[in-house]
Write a protein that binds this ligand. Sequence first.
Ligand code: IPD
Ligand code: CA
Ligand code: CA
Length: 261
Amino acid sequence: MKGHPFYPYLEALLQAATLAQGIHAYYLAKGFTQGTKSGPTDLVTQADREAEEAIKNLLLSRFPGAGFLGEEGGGEGGKALRFIVDPLDGTVNYAHGFPFYGVSLALEVEGVIQVGVVRDTARGETFYALRGGGAYLDGRPIRVTERAELLGSLLATGFPYDVAKDPENLTYFARALRRGLLVRRPGAAALDLAYVAAGRLEGFWEVKLNPWDVAAGWLLVEEAGGRVTDLEGRPYHLGHRYIVATNGCIHEALLRVLQED
Ligand code: IPD
Ligand code: CA
Ligand code: CA
């Protein structure tokens, strides 16, 4: 793995994850100010903003020519190489002390995600992947499960903050529940994807996620042997409205349930 051309970037992203973890822990202990973004439940805390600033400074001082896209500060296009970062995925969980949140960091090169790191900053677990180099949890290789039955598989989904205005995923959620499927709504999409990669979930889908939510987790699932598509089974691309990520074995069956009339 050390011979992988993007290994130095993996090392830097792991350092950035540690920086974010320190900032998340610091503000959790000390208390933090918070505000709202698109609506009253779309929160942003001091931890989101400071983690992004610290990650950006670290990565751009190490790799000065790179671009940077972060949830809080946005970013500019046009760079062959860019970092895609969600400094705190699961902000609502974090703000309530519900321990399911983390940081998501990816390196995109010429439009292709090459490195992905998701750190659960509450538990301290680190999921990472290098394209062509496999997926790992705290240094041990991870694989998706081989469960082929959809019924009895454990699934997760999530909802955008404006779900009341854009309730499309309520339809898919209801279809899954009516079939008796086991569905969770953990509240941190990057970790949901990492859990598919690690074999803790068989599948995950969501509507309207942003590149920073999925860039790292998408690579994790593929490198762990899983499949990531849109709702129709076409290959996923960043910015797509729909993402369906599974162990591969249940993929077609899940797509059929989500699409049924
Ligand atoms: C949110 C989480 C959540 C998902 C939302 C995202 P944030 O990200 O990933 O699980 O359902 O759509 O916006 O705001 O906590 O970074
Ligand atoms: Ca997010
Ligand atoms: Ca976030």
